[in-house]
Design a protein around this ligand. Structure first.
Ligand code: ATP
Length: 325
């Protein structure tokens, strides 16, 4: 691959997601193949402001695919959201001689990349978020591992809930998106699934489903709640008040962000990392790497950010059917 670029930087920003390390490794290895030097920028946009970098060689990224988290650390950088912060970041890019940046993260990270691009820095975004809420791509790095982690935890909870004939309310991550809750809810055989994209009618969506389930002879119930939908503790309290059960509320929290990435996350992250370098090397900038029907694509960042991703109707209807029957 002949390339007009000599040196690029890669950073991870926003919430971490399992598979980010595989993407970093792929960026470093693909850079080496293209004859491009690769610098790892630590702590997201803070590292770009402060010049906090380390060279990534094919050797230094060895063994990364199986590691969760991100070896470059991640951060939320309020300073980068100011004109002064961005000016500093752009001068760091110039000082380091960076011909492009690969920014791995969610939509906030892409908004930051867009600002860099407005200052003439070539950027390519790679979707890494367990929320899977980036509209232009069918898949974002980390979603599969987070689903499997949540399922594993809930399966364990279900064992004890079944033994005690109890009701369990489990909050999973997803401030604005219910993809994780929906997948997990279907996978664990939940009694009800509550997501931020759909209005909650407590009587219809929780009380009635538990009642129906009880009439059919079931004696333990799992309610999955996406964190941005309704507070799990409120759901627990209302179940107690309105049905008389004594539910246990579990908030899975940050455990969902960790762990060894699944095959899907390792492979997708690797493909996206390689494709990001190929995109920059081809002189394409201001792009987001996507996977659409299993194929790699890239979208304009502006276009990508203006798109909206709703829950897949067929997926939601599957959950409705399975929690009604
Ligand atoms: P997650 O989906 O896990 O929340 P994210 O990438 O959306 O990931 P954010 O915290 O929204 O996470 O954004 C990460 C960082 O990107 C911010 O801390 C900030 O430095 C930068 N950023 C976010 N929004 C903007 C913006 N509008 N302009 C410039 N930079 C931004």
């Amino acid at each position: 691959m002949a390339s007009a670029i000599n040196r690029i930087g890669v950073l991870t920003s926003g919430g971490d997601a399992p598979g980010m390390n595989a993407a970093i490794r792929a960026v470093a290895r693909a850079s080496a193949v293209a004859g491009v030097q690769c610098l790892g920028i630590r702590r997201g946009y803070n590292g770009l402001i402060n010049g906090d970098v380390t060279e990534l060689t094919p050797d230094s990224v060895g063994g990364l695919t199986r590691r969760g988290g991100t070896m470059l650390y991640t951060a939320r950088s309020p300073e980068f959201m100011t004109p002064e912060g961005q000016k500093k970041a752009v001068s760091t890019c110039r000082y380091l001689g960076l011909d492009g940046i690969v920014a791995i993260g969610g939509d906030g990270t892409f908004r930051g990349a867009l600002d860099l691009s407005a200052h003439g820095v070539a950027v390519v975004g790679v979707p890494g978020t367990i929320d899977n809420d980036i509209a232009c791509t069918h898949y974002s790095i980390g979603f599969d591992t987070a689903c499997n982690t949540a399922i594993d935890c809930i399966d364990k909870l279900s064992d004890t809930m079944q033994s005690h004939e109890r009701c369990s309310v489990v909050e999973v991550m997803g401030r604005r998106a219910g993809h994780l809750a929906l997948y997990v809810g279907i996978a664990v055989g939940a009694t009800a699934v509550l997501v931020p994209e759909r209005e909650v009618d407590f009587e219809r969506d929780v009380v009635e489903k538990i009642r129906r389930s009880r009439i059919q002879g079931r004696n333990h119930f799992i309610i999955i709640v996406a964190e941005g939908c309704i507070r799990a503790t409120d759901v627990g309290r209302r179940i107690q008040e309105e049905i008389g059960l004594d539910p246990r509320v579990t908030i899975l929290g940050h455990i969902q962000r960790g762990g060894r990435p699944t095959a899907r996350d390792r492979v997708t992250a690797s493909r996206m990392g390689v494709f990001a370098v190929e995109t920059l090397a081809a002189g394409r900038t201001n792009r987001v790497v996507c996977i659409v029907n299993g194929e790699m694509r890239d979208f304009d960042i502006n276009e990508a950010l203006s798109m909206h991703k709703d829950l897949q109707d067929s997926m939601y209807n599957t959950a409705v059917t399975l929690t009604t029957g």
